[in-house]
Ligand binder design. Structure first.
Ligand SMILES: [Fe+2]
Length: 500
């Protein structure tokens, strides 16, 4: 097995001499997403409007579900597959920016997934706003060689145009929803409707043609709606849709309670992770209760809850009444990387640094961002930290052990400490917890992932799960953008989950 980032700097993709072959898979022209572009921010305004004027997602989702039911989708929204007792599947999250990092994951994804029965794309299929026209370069093209079905749950970005394109692609070409009567002009709903972003006229005219890239019989999948359950071999996989603001509508909540009663062991897949960045986000259900309450109920037999939304990998093995539930974040499937070095020293629900795992390692995350800041601000000499310097200062500030043996001798200079502090490494959870989230979001919006400032290592990842009647083996594979890791994707984390 090849080195991972836990073994050597080369295993993380630092100093790679040979770039991966992924560029050959990319379209000739890539439209770069810049989160600094005011037009982009304006197009992605519906999340803000929903939090100001009330969130219409639940109602729109119910209309989509009703439309699918009328078209003959199963009432229990269960996809019944004929997988054997032992089989494997992939999970990949937050893929669709259509740029180098997304395509850099593809060779390793195909190699690792060769013998898998299907893949699940967990949230944010298409950036920036889930348009149908973007499915060609951000979904069908990158995964055209994956010879099995891909099921998906939407993320907030897929909802920015009311989920229309997602429903067409994943739900049997669902036609647009019939227009609703206009709300009263000066009401909250009226103002929202006035400002609401809607799909461009003519969006999706090329979809039928783009679809031909994944038109083999073995690649076809039809979903009963944006949320679903899959009965596969000995397990039930439950996919929920947390919409624009990370919540569940009452109707979906009732469905989740119902499908969770099935006696099989279960895996939850969600757009909004339940444990992330050292915090617990139980995910409210309209009308009362939370998703995590359902997950923790021993009668429901959930063994893992996997969420996207945050573009890296994190795992929290939480003890619940003598059982262990694996809470996983897996959103590093293609889009711009979210920092891990801003995650404070982990101490939540009995999970400490000893049990917690993340990828990229915090030192690598800090080194990555220091390079990015250095280039962006044209102050490379001040900002750029080597991976060894970054790992050493992160270990000092967080009080965590070093992970790569060869770094132990590095001296930590005042410059290293200054850069680490400026980039938010090792925040104390008590004093600055409230600042931390905006800081992370500012990072994301400050940097446009254009290739001028964004080059390997990319620190992307996806999951492979091997299911048997007795266990599920979950592995996190890395994609760095360099050839060595394309040929043999390193395993960054592995856990075996008992089912009996
Ligand atoms: Fe995302």
């Amino acid at each position: 097995m090849s080195d991972s980032s836990r073994d050597t700097a080369e295993g993380a993709g630092w100093g790679a001499t040979e770039l991966g072959t992924y560029k050959r898979l990319m379209p000739h022209q890539v439209e770069k997403i810049s989160w600094l572009d005011p037009r982009m921010l304006w197009a992605a305004r519906n999340g803000v409007l929903a939090s100001w004027f009330g969130d219409p997602t639940g109602r729109t989702r119910n209309r989509w579900v009703a439309q699918r039911a009328a078209a003959g989708a199963p009432a229990d929204k269960v996809i019944r597959r004929d997988d054997p007792d032992r089989f494997s599947f992939l999970v990949i999250g937050d893929t669709g920016e259509g740029d180098d990092p997304q395509y850099a994951v593809v060779p390793g994804f195909l190699k690792t997934g060769r013998d898998t029965r299907f893949a699940i794309l967990a949230s944010d299929v298409i950036y920036p706003v889930g348009s149908a026209d973007d499915y060609g370069s951000k979904f069908f093209r990158p995964y055209q060689e994956y010879q099995a079905p891909i099921y998906a749950i939407p993320g907030n970005h897929d909802w920015y145009e009311d989920l229309g394109a997602f429903m067409r692609v994943f739900c049997d070409d669902a036609p647009p929803l019939a227009p609703e009567p206009a709300p009263r002009p000066l009401s909250r709903a009226g103002l929202r409707s006035l400002l609401w972003h809607r799909p461009r006229k003519g969006d999706g005219q090329r979809l039928a043609q783009q679809r031909t890239l994944r038109s083999a019989a073995a690649q076809q999948a039809v979903q009963p709606g944006p949320y679903w359950a899959i009965d596969a071999g000995p397990v039930r996989i439950v996919g929920i849709d947390t919409g624009l603001l990370g919540t569940l509508d009452a109707e979906q909540g009732a469905w989740l309670r119902e499908v969770s009663k099935d006696p099989r062991p279960k895996i939850l897949v969600t757009g909004s992770p339940l444990y992330v960045d050292g915090e617990h986000h139980p995910c409210a259900i309209e009308g009362g209760g939370t998703v995590d309450e359902i997950v923790r109920d021993p009668a429901h037999r959930y063994v893992a809850a996997i969420g996207g939304d945050i573009h890296n990998y994190q795992r929290y093995p939480v003890q619940v009444d003598g059982r262990t539930i694996q809470y996983v974040v897996s959103g590093g499937g293609g889009a711009f990387m979210h920092a891990t070095h801003t995650i404070p020293r982990v101490d939540i629900a009995g999970v400490t640094e000893k049990e917690f795992r993340c990828y990229p390692l915090r030192g690598d995350s800090l080194a990555f961002y220091s390079r990015l800041y250095g280039r962006r601000l044209r102050m490379r000499r001040l900002f750029t930290l080597s991976e060894a310097e970054a790992s050493a200062v992160v270990a000092e500030r967080l009080g965590i052990p070093l992970t790569r043996a060869q770094q132990r001798t590095d001296r930590i200079t005042w410059r290293t400490r200054l850069v680490a502090a400026l980039l938010g490494a090792g925040r104390r959870p008590d004093r600055t917890a409230r600042l931390r989230l905006p800081v992370r979001k500012i990072y994301t919006s400050l940097f446009s992932p254009s290739s001028a400032t964004y080059s390997p290592p990319f620190f992307k990842q996806f999951l492979r799960l091997d299911v048997t009647p007795e266990t599920i083996r979950l592995r996190c594979y890395a994609a760095t953008g360099s050839r060595a890791q394309e040929l043999e994707p390193p395993v960054e984390d592995e856990v075996t989950i008992p089912l009996i």
